[in-house]
Design a binder for this molecule. Structure first.
Ligand code: 5GP
Ligand code: MN
Length: 343
């Protein structure tokens, strides 16, 4: 984003506007945190702001202030469409292409006559926004929203509500500050967010220590289903619909489970295959350590994408066929997968 673009955005925001913020479908901590962090910030600038999420998000994110006012496009369709129609412009947060909002919302957003401002850290952003702030080296969209506020020279406006939302997204997208994307700048921003009122211990507790017993039993099933393929430093987990149903599956219950596969000593590539009860697909999450790009792997083979070390995709195959496909792909990547991160 150039200095001139920042000037233009400042000008646009200099009088009260009607604004909409859109995160990606199945919003995660970074998507919800950045959307609500920006919402609170723009409200402080006296704008009328509405977050329109494609669908609902997990309960462990619902402590964030004003989550109850987020419109869900799938169930509050008329209200959501009205908010979009009335928006002077729309912020797109934590995604790089409109299809990431799901096909219904995508086609509605494609008809939108106003301008988009995209703030995102995924690779290859589509050229759909009048202003695009894209940086794939930054750990989270929440950190980018902080930088965006810095660029506007309005860090003084950051209060406890904004700080808490941004803290949560940085925390979740960095695996609690442990992934390689976590930099000294990230820690400096985190320090500032704590100074501004983010209660770090409380936020960790609200996100990570509010498990239901069903979720932990489901985790037990997932651990039992973990398969390691030592020859290719790969590991995968399967979760069938039947297993999900048996443990009262709730949105978000499987989030982060793939990381257990990645935590096995020596593993470079980890996957989880989850039968999606609603869409009739297998939803795939991929994680890697080091230089093996799961973004490319997901793009090339599983109709998906994401980041180099964290991506997702899907198949319309059965879960068994999906696993077969995954395993059959490994030999062609043997060399790349033999580069261990631990040496
Ligand atoms: P997760 O595995 O947590 O759902 O997603 C990991 C990363 O990959 C996230 O940054 C997410 O935005 C991206 N991602 C997940 N699923 C897809 C997909 O189907 N398509 C694309 N392009 N990106 C995805
Ligand atoms: Mn993100």
């Amino acid at each position: 984003m150039t200095t001139n673009e920042i000037k233009e955005i400042k000008q646009l925001l200099s009088s009260p506007k009607n604004l909409v913020i859109v995160p990606h479908r199945n919003p995660d901590g970074d998507a919800v945190g950045s959307s609500l962090g920006l919402l609170h910030f723009l409200q402080k600038m006296d704008h009328k702001v509405t977050v329109v999420a494609p669908n609902d998000f997990p309960d462990f994110l619902k402590w964030m202030p004003q989550t109850n006012k987020v419109l869900k496009y799938d169930v509050q369709n008329r209200q959501s469409k009205r908010a979009i129609d009335e928006a002077d412009f729309i912020f797109l947060l934590d995604f790089n292409a409109l299809h990431r909002t799901g096909s219904d919302m995508q086609s509605y957003l494609e008809k939108y006559k106003g301008d988009f401002i995209m703030i995102d850290h995924h690779q290859q952003p589509d050229a759909i926004a009048r202003f695009t702030y894209s940086d794939t080296s930054i750990c989270s969209t929440c950190q980018m929203v902080y930088h965006f506020i810095e660029k506007l020279e309005m860090v003084d406006l950051v209060d406890a509500a904004i700080a808490s939302c941004l803290y949560a997204g940085i925390m979740t997208d960095t695996g609690s500050f442990r992934f390689a994307s976590t930099t000294s700048t990230t820690h400096r921003i985190i320090a500032d967010l704590i100074d501004k009122g983010a209660e770090n211990a409380k936020i960790h507790n609200q996100v990570y220590d509010t498990n239901s017993i069903g979720r932990l039993h489901l985790l037990g099933v997932a651990m039992n289903n973990l398969v390691v393929i030592p020859e290719y430093n790969a590991a995968y987990i399967t979760m069938t619909r039947k297993e999900l149903d048996a443990h009262d599956f709730q949105k978000g219950d499987t989030e982060g489970v793939v990381n257990y596969a990645l935590s096995v000593k020596g593993i470079v590539l980890a996957a989880i295959f989850i039968e999606d009860p609603d869409q009739g697909i297998i939803k795939i999450s991929l994680r890697s350590k080091g230089s093996f790009s799961v973004n490319k792997f997901a793009r090339n083979h599983f109709d998906g994408g994401g980041h180099d070390n964290a991506s997702g995709g899907r198949t319309e195959l059965s879960i068994e066929e999906t696993v077969e496909k995954f395993v059959s792909l490994l030999p062609q990547y043997k060399d790349d997968l033999s580069v261990s991160y631990e040496n």
